[in-house]
Write a new protein. Structure first.
Length: 169
């Protein structure tokens, strides 16, 4: 059993000062980062941490596209979020490694088989789903399982039925 892919999507790095980190990475790599942005509201991208819909609109992100991977930089805001919790607990550094998989449930079952707990955070972008699983004891890092699904129907259900996501996890 495996997660069904070796396709690395991105590596997420938590930072306290996004502007400073991007300037330093640009100097190190010689690559201009993408334009920083804030996460969209839950009405556009429903996301849940430990079963509760969150407001992550104060999380500031930017990416640097490498030839073989994307570096994703996250500066959490003041609102509770998985990013803020990890930054407060562990400091700056890698939060997760993200893989694009064909079957999210199969991938999560694989992580469960090695002793990882269920995903604690899940989000539904229009063009895909992502979920964070704390695999630090098993793998040394959290794993972000991503799919490239059309989530229009799920998004509509989530916004009309706040408990629908509990059936999907």
């Amino acid at each position: 059993m495996s997660i069904g892919t070796t396709k690395l999507c991105h590596i997420a790095i938590l930072v306290k000062d996004l502007e400073k980190a991007l300037k330093n990475w640009e100097q190190v790599l010689g690559i201009k980062p993408g334009t920083p942005f804030y996460l969209p509201p839950s009405s556009e991208v429903p996301a849940f941490t430990n079963g509760d819909m969150g407001d992550y609109t104060d999380c500031h992100l930017a990416v640097i596209e490498l030839d073989n991977c994307i570096l994703e930089f996250v500066q959490p805001g003041k609102n509770p979020s998985p990013w803020k919790e990890k930054l407060d607990r562990d400091g700056e550094g890698v939060q997760h490694i993200s893989f694009i998989v064909p079957d999210r449930r199969k991938a999560q079952d694989t992580l469960k088989a090695i002793g990882a707990p269920p995903a604690y955070h899940i989000g539904y972008w229009p063009g895909g789903t992502y979920s964070f699983t704390d695999c630090v004891p098993q793998l040394g890092v959290e794993i972000n399982i991503k799919t490239e699904d059309d989530n229009k129907l799920i998004k509509d259900k989530l916004l009309s039925d706040p408990n629908f996501h509990k059936k999907d996890l």
